[in-house]
Design a protein. Structure first.
Length: 139
């Protein structure tokens, strides 16, 4: 059986993000069209479907590394901030984006909260990711 570990991440995330569009619970809020994904970014995301792509990437992270909390996701999606003439410094990404996506994934039944460790994949979420991995290798 093919798992997420066996497929290329870019093809997997592309397929999974298209499947996440079918879930009515996973929908970008109104403000998502106007925000940067962190203070280290200079521009808005260029991809109009960036919300679903980020949700797919978070699901893949939960499959690989779970349980994962919002702070670890902020660190993952952080980057180097240009601070003028000084050397660049690392800053974390937006916590609101990661939190809202995790809440939407919970509402869709793909993610569950643990007591203290963060979020993990539910059996429904794990089967969705396994089916997507099978589809990537098949076609």
């Amino acid at each position: 059986m093919t798992t997420v570990f066996d497929v290329k991440p870019d093809a997997f995330i592309r397929l999974l993000s298209s499947k996440l569009k079918d879930y009515s619970e996973i929908d970008p809020p109104g403000w998502a069209a106007f925000v940067k994904t962190g203070v280290h970014k200079e521009r808005l995301p260029q991809n109009p479907d960036w919300w679903h792509v980020r949700a797919a990437a978070i699901l893949r992270t939960l499959y690989r590394d779970g349980p994962v909390g919002v702070e670890r996701l902020r660190t993952k999606y952080g980057g180097r901030k240009d601070v003028g003439t000084k050397p660049p410094h690392f800053v974390k990404g937006s916590g609101s984006i990661q939190r809202k996506i995790c809440q939407q994934l919970e509402a869709a039944g793909l993610v569950e909260k643990t007591d203290r460790d963060g979020r993990i994949l539910s059996p429904k979420g794990r089967s969705l990711l396994d089916r997507c991995a099978e589809s990537v290798t098949a076609g």
